[in-house]
Design a protein around this ligand. Structure first.
Ligand code: PLP
Length: 378
């Protein structure tokens, strides 16, 4: 027998409270008993998003939310600006190009955070830009982009500000209304602690106005029709009833903890994980602004990052993540996201120590764990 520890940046572990709630018999999505369930989910998401805007609930992975955030507010030929600092930044570009938008990119070196001045300069250079797309967390590099400062820059223009917060939601304090985020996408299998299958999209009044003139063809992700249904506590097509019941259980857990404490917990786990890695002589991949959702760690010289990831899983049952694309073999990633607490961070660091030692890298066992414990006990 090997006990499993899921410490990947999605899917993340699902708490027993949600698993039990999702074991209830299915109810019909058009029957009266489902209406309060959706009503509660809708209000819970507004609380989590810190917004008064509609938060649509879509039956798709997070990418579906990103896809709809392009097709519902823009027309083919529109100029858009993508902040691209990794694999998920690239995805914004690919989606926009697939729908025929003219994409300009603010390219950010992998491991660095986007500079608001660079975004401002690009917007000044091309006043026709209709929307700006960014990740809150660039999950492939473990960097958190400064959404607040970028929002302040975009706010000075007419452009729509669209944030992929799929891996950042719950881990970072992102203030949708206060900062002026027009569209923000979340996903169920990350900080929200659910299985994959739901995307969430908040939509501001400004974005709804743009939806009235957007000409991009669409069918499944029709946000205006979703909004009409949401007002009646329904979804456009068959609701993912079970996941929405689970969502209410997870939001209740987050509400019981309190939003501020949720962010503090993620901050502490992230600091402990980083301290553990540094104490082992490892380098963090982010050169600035490391995420609170996951820690991307460079494989030490002479050690294959994929071997670390593979050994963690095969020898010790710890599933983290490897590096993507050009970072494959160079980094490995450990999440501290959602249903994560003190001993998840300890487990991760202890596992890393044991794997590195097993791979012949010089490690004094307990060094990283001790450094993490110092932070976790404060
Ligand atoms: N954007 C970010 C920042 C992510 O971390 C992910 C998933 O890892 C996605 C988008 C894609 O989400 P999904 O796989 O749910 O479509």
């Amino acid at each position: 027998m090997q006990k499993k520890y899921l410490l990947a940046p999605g899917p993340t572990p699902v708490p027993p409270e949600a698993l039990l709630a999702m074991a209830m018999p299915i109810i019909h999505h058009r029957a009266p008993d489902f209406l309060p369930v959706l009503d509660s989910a809708k209000k819970g998401l507004q609380w989590l998003y810190q917004t008064k805007n509609d938060v649509l609930i879509l039956c798709s992975t997070g990418t579906g939310g990103m896809d709809g955030a392009v097709s519902n507010f823009l027309s083919p030929g529109d100029d858009v600006l993508v902040i691209n600092g990794g694999k998920f930044g690239e995805r914004w570009t690919k989606i926009c190009q697939a729908y025929g938008m003219k994409v300009e990119e603010v390219l950010v070196e992998w491991g660095y955070a986007a500079k608001p001045e660079a975004v401002e300069a690009a917007l000044k250079k091309n006043p026709k830009i209709k929307a700006v797309f960014v990740q809150a967390n660039e999950t492939s590099t473990g960097v958190y982009h400064d959404v607040k400062s970028i929002a302040a820059v975009v706010k000075k223009t007419d452009a729509l500000f669209v944030v992929d917060a799929i891996s950042a939601l719950v881990a970072h304090d992102i203030r949708t209304d206060e900062w002026g985020i027009d569209v923000m996408i979340g996903g169920s299998q990350k900080g929200v602690m659910l299985p994959p299958g739901l995307a969430f999209v908040s939509v501001s009044d400004k974005a709804w106005k743009m939806a009235d003139t957007a000409k991009t063809p669409k069918f499944y992700f029709n946000f205006k029709k979703e909004r009409e249904n949401l007002a009646k506590n329904q979804t456009l097509f068959t609701s993912p009833v079970t996941l929405i019941i689970g969502l209410n259980a997870c939001i209740k857990m987050l509400q019981d903890e309190g939003l501020e404490n949720v962010f503090k917990r993620h901050d502490k786990l992230a600091r402990a994980t980083r301290a553990g890695a540094l104490a082992l002589g490892l380098k963090l991949f982010p050169k600035e602004s490391p995420s609170n959702a996951l820690t991307a760690i460079e494989a030490p010289a002479g050690v294959d990052g994929q071997a670390i990831y593979k050994n963690l899983r095969e020898k010790y049952g710890i599933t983290g993540a490897g590096g993507q694309d050009k970072l494959k073999g160079k980094i490995f990633r450990i999440a501290h996201l959602g249903y994560a607490d003190t001993f998840d961070a300890i487990t991760a660091i202890a596992g890393i120590e044991m794997v590195l030692k097993g791979l012949g890298h010089p490690v004094k066992l307990g060094t990283g764990v001790g450094a993490a414990q110092e932070i976790l006990m404060k």
